[in-house]
Design a protein around this ligand. Structure first.
Ligand code: KG4
Ligand code: ZN
Length: 351
């Protein structure tokens, strides 16, 4: 059972973890959210600098908590794509330096593969095939997992990601950043049926709609129009009802299209992962609908939905067990389709 030190620095969370197979021996996250909140979003330059400061104490902490020294581990891993290039470099250079110093293999990990593998931190999964709804700040995707490491994207958002939509709507409602937790808190006790908001569909060239794709920009505009009308009428904003109605329509559209995709593609298991998977209404709705349609369902453990290094560690342990290694010269990339994650283990660095 391989034991791995994993680092995650693709966006605004610096994280380190030590994972043995599927077991988290230690996991620590240093969030920069408060610092970025002042600017209403992530400032890449600040993120890179904070990662560099945060990593050494985080690594020391997970070593102390697990009682393991780096030389006792089997590999060092870091997220190398996709993400903010400067931020990714902070984690990747640190991991490659440690691997080189201690003579350990290095594994570059695809951030979305990390999210997909986060479900393994709760339960073992059958090898495949199954369907994953991956909803985060940067991605909204329906991914068919054929076998470990073999992916096919069946659906995606054509504009904002679901998490991005939560963040933008929270901003226009005057709630905090990140928007997901702020909207969830504001929606408490609100009436989710008070405002009828659009589900957003993507037209198919030649007519009809793409059944497994998403569009969230119209929903954001619809909330803006409601807010403008309510403000013009001089009424105080019914924040709880607005937040609940928004949360409800996002959960409904995600769950409806995921269940339909699973059914039509002959997949009997639906998995929910990513930062937005922390949303209570979405978790409940997915469990209810999937069960009603005879689908098996799994949801990533709450603690490992938003960015963390344990999910990178469990992905790395699985890759290591398959015999994968990355070249020490491997760089980082802002973009890399999930289907191409296997390129990170080619002998010649793919970037
Ligand atoms: O996976 P993640 O930590 O980072 C990315 O890879 O993007 O996801 C962050 C996103 C943010 O947009 C945040 O607003 C959203 O996840 N989020 C939530 C909740 N917690 C975090 N959205 C809805 N409800 C939540 N409870
Ligand atoms: Zn993420």
């Amino acid at each position: 059972m391989p034991t791995v030190l994993a680092l995650e620095t693709s966006c605004d969370e610096s994280a380190a973890a030590i994972v043995r197979d599927r077991e988290v021996l230690a996991s620590a996250v240093a969030s920069q959210i408060e610092e970025h909140a002042r600017w209403g979003g992530v400032v890449p330059e600040i993120a890179s600098r904070r990662h560099l400061e945060a990593l050494p104490p985080l690594i020391e902490r997970v070593c102390l908590e697990s009682g393991l020294a780096i030389r006792e581990l089997d590999a060092v891993a870091a997220t190398v794509a996709p993400g903010l290039v400067g931020a990714l470099l902070a984690g990747s250079v640190t991991a490659r330096t440690l691997a080189r110093l201690h003579g350990l293999p290095f594994l570059g990990i695809h951030h979305l593969e990390g999210h997909l593998c986060s479900v393994l931190l709760g339960e073992a999964m059958p090898p495949g095939p199954y369907l994953v709804l991956l909803v985060s700040g940067g991605h909204t995707e329906l991914v068919r997992v054929e076998a470990p490491g073999v992916y096919r994207r069946l659906g995606r958002s054509h504009d904002d990601a679901a998490g991005e939509c939560f963040d933008k709507v929270a901003r226009l409602l005057g709630l905090g950043y990140p928007g997901g937790p702020a909207i969830q808190a504001a929606a408490e006790g609100g009436d989710p049926g008070r405002f009828l908001l659009p589900k957003g569909r993507v037209s198919k060239p030649g007519g009809g709609f793409l059944p497994y794709d998403f569009s969230f920009s119209g929903l954001k505009t619809a909330v803006l129009r409601r807010v403008e009308d309510l403000r013009a009428s001089g009424e105080p904003l019914p924040l709880a009802d607005l937040a609940a109605s928004f949360e409800q329509v996002v959960a409904a559209v995600l769950v409806e299209r995921s269940c339909r995709c699973a059914r039509e593609q002959g997949l009997d298991t639906l998995v929910l992962v990513g930062g937005v998977a922390a949303n209570r209404r979405l978790r409940q709705r997915l469990a209810r609908e999937a069960a009603a349609q005879g689908l098996r369902w799994r949801v990533a453990p709450l603690a490992y939905c938003t960015d963390n290094a344990a999910m990178i560690g469990v992905a790395a342990a699985a890759r290591l067990a398959q015999g994968c290694r990355s070249p020490l010269e491997l760089g980082v990339a802002a973009r890399l389709p999930l289907e191409e994650a296997g390129r990170l283990y080619e002998t010649q660095p793919c970037f």
